[in-house]
Design a protein around this ligand. Structure first.
Ligand code: PHE
Ligand code: FE
Length: 296
């Protein structure tokens, strides 16, 4: 067992250089977590849960309870896997960090979710650029308990394998869909807008900003619109897309994307913060505090 993350190479992508770790699946070295690691988990868990009641969607909060995620200590993957397997057939696999795209898609297509086994240091509590255990486990895993979202993620994996075979532009379009749903999605509920994106629920600042700030746009979800929209990797999003239900998300993403990729290849991408004439505008952002440039 290797307790230290091993960075094996840096890969140039449309997001700049990203670290690529050894791609092997590793057993979670649970006994090697220090007291400090468990304390980091507990601190982040308590803080986010307090913030997310009334802000995250009910499915997310209920799933965390149902799978037995608690602040006391870092959860054991094999225990979570019992709940997850019974609910939707998903399984967590431990990894050192970001995987090459095709390997990531293949895991998802087979209902395996790669979870970074190590947790951030105490001085990184508020921000860390790369996904760690807290982002992956607290942010992504709960909704895998939900049958609809579980199906969406597996379908996304199959779609990813296909897009990878078509080419980089198809892959970029599919990645934007992931970004604006799985990572930064909002959902409309009878009680108001709620968060379901993992990138938001694992961030204190963005949990507040995405719902309550006047600065960002909140626009109705439209598949091709989303797949054309560039995004931010270094600041809060300029635009959030709002789905009406998980059923809607599954329905609109069910058709074969091959003709959509062909059509999108003829169209320009759209800036992260620009409202378009046909958008359903739930909130038009003031743009206050937005950084110039830097969309990817
Ligand atoms: N239907 C998409 C395709 O044919 C696959 C997909 C499903 C993508 C669900 C994202 C989410 O490529
Ligand atoms: Fe993520």
């Amino acid at each position: 067992m290797n307790a230290v993350p091993r960075r094996v190479e840096n890969q140039l992508t449309d997001k700049g250089y990203v670290p690529v770790y050894t791609t092997a699946v590793v057993e979670q070295p649970w006994d090697q977590y220090a007291e400090e690691d468990h304390a980091t988990w507990g601190t982040l868990f308590e803080r986010q849960r307090a913030l997310l009641v009334g802000r995250a969607c009910d499915e997310f909060l209920a799933a965390q309870d149902a799978m037995g995620m608690t602040p006391g200590q870092i959860p054991r993957f094999d225990q979570l896997n019992q709940a997850l397997g019974a609910a939707t057939g998903w399984q967590l696999v431990g990894v050192e960090g970001l995987l090459p795209e095709l390997e990531f898609f293949e895991h998802l297509a087979h209902r395996r979710f790669p979870v970074t086994w190590w947790i951030r240091r105490p001085d990184q509590i508020d921000y860390i650029a790369e996904p760690d255990l807290f982002h992956d486990l607290f942010g992504h895993v709960p909704l895998l308990m939900n049958p609809l979202f579980a199906d969406y993620m597996a379908a996304y994996g199959r779609g990813g394998v296909k897009a990878h075979g078509i080419g980089p532009e198809a892959l970029a379009a599919l990645t934007r869909l992931y970004w604006y749903t799985v990572e930064f999605g909002l959902i409309r509920t009878p009680q108001g807008l709620r968060i379901y994106g993992a990138g938001i629920v694992s961030s204190k600042g963005e949990s507040l900003y995405s719902l309550e700030s006047d600065a960002p746009n909140r626009l109705g979800f439209d598949l091709e619109r989303v797949m054309r929209t560039r995004y931010r990797i270094d600041t809060f999003q300029k635009t959030y897309f709002v789905i009406d239900s998980f059923e809607q998300l599954i329905q609109v993403t069910a058709p074969d994307f091959t003709p959509i990729y062909a059509r999108l290849a003829t169209l320009a991408t759209l800036p992260a913060g620009q409202v378009q004439p046909n958008d359903r505008v739930d909130h038009r952002g003031t743009g206050l505090g937005w950084a110039d440039g830097g969309d990817v």
